[in-house]
Design a protein around this ligand. Structure first.
Ligand code: ADP
Ligand code: GLC
Length: 466
C-alpha cells in the first residue's frame, strides 16, 4: 500500500513540538511493517541543507501566483523517501516552519494544493499514493482541493495533533486560494464568519484520527472541542484515536549520545550519576536524597505550567527540587526565573530549546511534571517513562492513556495549583518514606513499551478499511 504523509515538521531538521517526532517515526514504522510510506514537506532551508542532492521529480509552473514550484525527492537516513515542495517565495525563510509574514494562509494553502496535485499526478517514476494522510491544519485543505476538483483521488485521512490550532483567516482569502465561494458555508470552511482550514479537512476527509483514544472522546465535548465538537460528533463514526509511540532509537537511555552515563533496566547505576551531573549542570544542590522534578515543555497555556509556577513554593517546602527546560510565553519564562532566584540550589530554569538537554533532564530527573489543561497525546511523559522518571500528570488526553496512577506515575484532576501541589506532595512523600516503592515504580515505568509498531499496525488497519 502506498501512503503519503504531509505535514509542516519533521525531526531532526524542523521540529517545534511532538508533530516533528511523529513525522520522523510513524512513516518509518509503517515501512517496517511492509507499507510504502513516504513523506512530503515544504522545502524549508534546513531541509534543503539536509538534502542537497534531492532530485527534481515533478513541477508546477505556477503555485497560486507565487511562482513556480518543484517537487524534490531524496531518502532520509532511515530510508524513508522524502519529497520536498520547493517554492522559494513561500518557504525559503530563516525563522523556522511558522515564519509568518501575514501570509500563512497562502503558504499552507499552497502547500495543501500542491500536495493534492501531487497525489493525483505522482512523481516521474509514476509513484502516486493510494492513501494521503494529512497532519494538522497546515495540510488540511488537501482533501478539500481533491473534493473540489473531483475525479479519481486517493483516500484521505486527517490526523489531529492539536485542535487548538485551526488556521483561521478572513473570508477574503478564499479566492486567493482558488477555492469556490460556496465553501463559505456551514457545511464547508465557514467558522463564525471566517475561513477555517482544519474544519475543511475534518468535513471531507474519508477518515479522521487523533493521537490518543481519550482525546478522541474529549474533542467531541464542548469543553475540548474548540468550537468543532459538533462537527466531530457528527463525524464520530469516522474518528479514531491512535496513540503515538516512542522512537526507541532516539529515546533510549542505554544508547542516547546525550546522556553522560548510559543506563537500562538491567543496570540502573548510571541514572544516579545522570542525576548528579544534571544537578551540577543546572546549579542545583547535588543531593541524591532529594527528589528532582523536571519540566521539558513549550511554555504555552495548553501545558498548564502556570499551575507549576503557583505550586513551586509548595514543592520546595515538601523537599523537592525543580529544573525547568522550556521556551515560550515571556511571563512564564520570567516567572520560573524569579522562582529560581527565590530558591537557589532548589529551583533552576533554562530558557530555550535544547534537544540534548531534554535527554539529560529525562535521564537525571526522578519525576517529570506535565500539568496540561489538554494534551492530545504528549510525548514527554513517554520519554520520561522510558528514562525512569515518573510522570506527574493531569488526567487528560494521552496523559490519561499512558500513565497509571500509583504504578508508573501520579495523577491529578482539577486544573488548579492545589490539586497539582497535592500530587507533588504525594510523590515527595513516597520518595522520602518508601524508597523501595519509588524504585519499583521506576522499574515498572521503564518496562512499559510504547514503541511505534502497534500504533503503525492500527494505522495500517485503518488504511486497509478505506
Ligand atoms: P507538544 O507537541 O504539544 O509540544 P509533545 O509532548 O507531544 O508536546 O512533544 C514535545 C516535544 O518537544 C518533545 O519531543 C519534547 O522533548 C520537545 N521539547 C519541548 N520543549 C523543549 C525544549 N525546550 N527543549 C528541547 N525539547 C523540547
Ligand atoms: C501536538 C500535541 C501533543 C502531541 C503531538 C504529537 O503537538 O500537543 O500532545 O503529542 O502533537 O502528536
Amino acid at each position: 500500500m502506498r501512503i503519503l504523509h504531509t505535514a509542516a515538521e519533521i525531526f531532526p531538521w524542523v521540529k517545534v513540538g511532538g508533530l516533528g517526532d511523529v513525522l520522523a517515526a510513524l512513516p518509518e514504522a509503517l515501512r517496517a511493517i511492509e507499507l510504502d510510506a513516504r513523506v512530503l514537506l515544504p522545502a524549508y532551508p534546513a531541509l534543503k541543507r539536509a538534502f542537497p542532492q534531492a532530485k527534481a521529480v515533478a513541477g508546477l509552473e505556477d503555485l497560486l501566483g507565487t511562482g513556480p514550484a518543484t517537487f524534490l525527492r531524496d531518502l532520509t537516513p532511515s530510508g524513508v523517501p522524502i519529497y520536498l515542495l520547493d517554492a522559494p517565495s513561500l518557504f525559503d525563510r530563516p525563522g523556522g516552519p511558522y515564519d509568518d509574514r501575514g501570509d500563512s494562509h497562502l503558504r499552507f494553502g499552497a502547500f495543501s494544493l500542491a500536495a493534492a496535485w501531487f497525489a493525483r499526478h505522482g512523481d516521474e517514476d509514476g509513484w502516486e499514493p493510494e492513501i494521503l494522510n494529512c497532519h494538522d491544519w497546515q495540510t488540511a485543505l488537501t482533501p478539500v482541493y481533491l473534493k473540489v476538483w473531483g475525479g479519481s483521488r486517493p483516500r484521505t485521512v486527517m490526523t489531529i495533533h492539536n485542535l487548538a490550532y485551526q488556521g483561521l483567516y478572513g473570508p477574503e482569502v478564499l479566492p486567493s486560494l482558488h477555492l469556490p465561494p460556496e465553501l463559505m458555508a456551514m457545511d464547508g470552511l465557514e467558522f463564525y464568519g471566517r475561513v477555517n482550514f482544519l474544519k475543511g479537512g475534518l468535513q471531507v476527509a474519508d477518515a479522521l484520527t487523533t493521537v490518543s483514544p481519550t482525546y478522541a472522546k474529549e474533542i467531541q465535548e464542548p469543553a475540548f472541542g474548540e468550537g468543532l465538537d459538533g462537527l466531530l460528533r457528527h463525524r464520530s463514526q469516522a474518528l479514531t484515536g491512535i496513540l503515538n509511540g516512542v522512537d526507541h532509537r532516539v529515546w533510549n537511555p542505554a544508547t542516547s549520545p546525550h546522556l553522560p552515563h548510559p543506563f537500562s533496566l538491567a543496570d540502573l547505576s548510571g541514572k544516579a550519576r545522570c542525576k548528579r551531573e544534571l544537578q551540577r549542570e543546572m546549579g542545583l544542590e547535588e543531593r541524591r536524597d532529594l527528589p528532582l522534578f523536571v519540566v521539558v515543555s513549550r511554555l504555552v497555556a495548553q501545558k498548564g505550567l502556570d499551575l507549576m509556577l503557583a505550586a513551586v513554593d509548595r514543592l520546595v517546602h515538601e523537599g523537592g527540587q525543580l529544573a525547568v527546560l522550556g521556551a515560550g510565553e515571556a511571563g512564564l519564562e520570567s516567572g520560573f526565573g524569579e522562582a529560581a532566584g527565590r530558591h537557589p540550589g532548589r529551583v533552576a530554569v533554562k530558557v530555550g530549546y535544547d534537544e540534548g538537554l531534554a535527554h539529560r533532564f529525562m535521564g537525571g530527573g526522578d519525576a517529570l511534571v506535565v500539568p496540561s489543561r489538554f494534551e492530545p497525546c504528549g510525548l514527554t511523559q513517554l520519554y520520561a517513562l522510558a528514562y525512569g522518571a515518573l510522570p506527574v500528570v493531569r488526567r487528560t488526553g494521552g496523559l490519561a492513556d499512558t500513565v497509571v496512577e500509583g504504578e508508573t506515575g501520579f495523577f491529578f484532576e482539577a486544573v488548579d495549583a492545589h490539586a497539582l501541589g497535592d500530587a507533588l506532595a504525594r510523590a515527595c512523600h513516597l520518595f522520602f518514606h518508601d524508597p523501595l516503592a519509588w524504585k519499583r515504580m521506576g522499574l515498572q515505568a521503564m518496562a512499559q513499551d510504547f514503541g511505534w509498531i502497534p500504533s503503525a499496525q492500527r494505522y495500517r488497519d485503518l488504511y486497509r478499511s478505506l
